[in-house]
Design a protein around this ligand. Structure first.
Ligand SMILES: NC(=O)c1ccc[n+]([C@@H]2O[C@H](COP(=O)([O-])OP(=O)(O)OC[C@H]3O[C@@H](n4cnc5c(N)ncnc54)[C@H](O)[C@@H]3O)[C@@H](O)[C@H]2O)c1
Length: 316
């Protein structure tokens, strides 16, 4: 698994290691502020091996591949702002290294490669209907463009079995926490500051809990006969929200909460997504909702789990 020390990686590895027959090799460069946070407590787990490597170092990755049944590729420069900061590095890591990993996995005879992509690929779409996996891709950021580029290449792949998982925006508590994702950020700011500055309250996005995102990948890996060659949106069709809806949910929990509304007419990303396919084809159902995820973050924050949520290690 690449991107092992990240937000999703930390949650997913722990789920995979719960199966006594699974061994996991995690790869991460650990050069961002969060370092090895996602894997720190499991570094000495008997069925976990960690390799601190750059995914651009294809030779190093190729040495780790022989004998692996499946590869989960999470490593990336994640999110629109992070992608904009160094466009060349973003392309090199998100596209070039991913294509080289696909080649190396094919050469090593890996049985399955799961590429984690994003519902941001849909960009702006008509929010009177739910966009499905067959909907038009309309990436409006470099980050989404890089994900679409890799997906496009994978769809032409005939030898290496693959699955694409397009995650909704993730939320919830994980070993490597992120407070630069809407639900997490709104919840911690609502609690600590009592006021939210909200841009584009009317635009829709889908959301999924980090544990449910990890469970979906686990299910994809466990059912290769159904998941190979398929693209799945990962989330729940009832879990599309606007920022105003999120504010209202937080106001129920924190009645003193205020909002400063910043009017913008155009949001580069407003879309409502259908997650019917992963339910119909794999039987996947989410276990969390945005409100229960908010309660989880509030509970952890009130227990003192995040004394410094503005610290760089919580942001990409
Ligand atoms: N978090 C979300 O809301 C979300 C939504 C949709 C899709 N995704 C996808 O899920 C995956 C994981 O995202 P995340 O939220 O865990 O992000 P994250 O930033 O926490 O994790 C990514 C990890 O990749 C590592 N990495 C970056 N460059 C590397 C390199 N050159 N070599 C080795 N490792 C490198 C980072 O150190 C980091 O630990 C990404 O592919 C992302 O695009 C995430």
């Amino acid at each position: 698994m690449t991107g092992a020390a990240g937000y999703v990686g930390g949650a997913l590895i722990r789920r995979l290691l719960a199966d006594p027959d699974t061994e996991v090799v995690g790869v991460d460069l650990c050069e961002m502020d969060h370092g090895a946070e996602g894997v720190r407590e499991i570094l000495d787990h008997p069925r976990f091996t960690f390799a601190r490597e750059d995914v651009r170092n294809t030779e190093a990755l190729a040495k780790l591949l022989p004998g692996t049944d499946a590869v989960v590729h999470l490593a990336a420069i994640v999110g629109d702002p992070a992608g904009r900061r160094d466009p060349d590095a973003t392309r090199a890591i998100n596209v070039d290294a991913s294509l080289a990993l696909i080649d190396a996995a094919r050469a090593a005879g890996a049985g399955h490669l799961v590429f984690v992509s994003t519902c941001s690929n849909y960009g702006v779409s008509d929010t009177s209907t739910l966009v499905t996996e067959d909907g038009e891709l309309n990436p409006v950021s470099l980050y989404a463009e890089t994900k679409v580029a890799v997906e496009t290449k994978l769809m032409q792949e005939t030898e290496l079995p693959w699955t694409v998982c397009r995650f909704a925006t993730v939320y919830g508590v994980a070993p490597r926490m992120r407070f630069d994702l809407t639900v997490n950020e709104f919840t911690i700011d609502a609690l600590n500051e009592g006021v939210l500055e909200i841009y584009g309250e009317q635009f829709w996005r889908p959301y999924v809990h980090v544990e449910d995102a990890a469970r979906a990948v686990e299910l994809v890996l466990a059912t290769p006969e159904k998941s190979r060659g398929r693209v799945f949106n990962v989330g729940n069709s009832d879990e599309n929200y606007t920022k105003r809806m999120m504010y209202e949910l937080l106001k129920e929990r924190l009645p003193e909460l205020r909002a400063e509304w910043v009017k913008i007419d155009e949001d580069p990303r407003s879309y409502k997504v259908s997650f019917q396919r992963i339910t119909d084809e794999l039987g996947f159902r989410t276990t969390w909702t945005v409100p229960t995820g908010m309660d989880q973050i509030l509970q952890h924050a009130r227990a003192g789990a995040f004394p410094d949520p503005k610290a760089g290690r919580f942001r990409n």
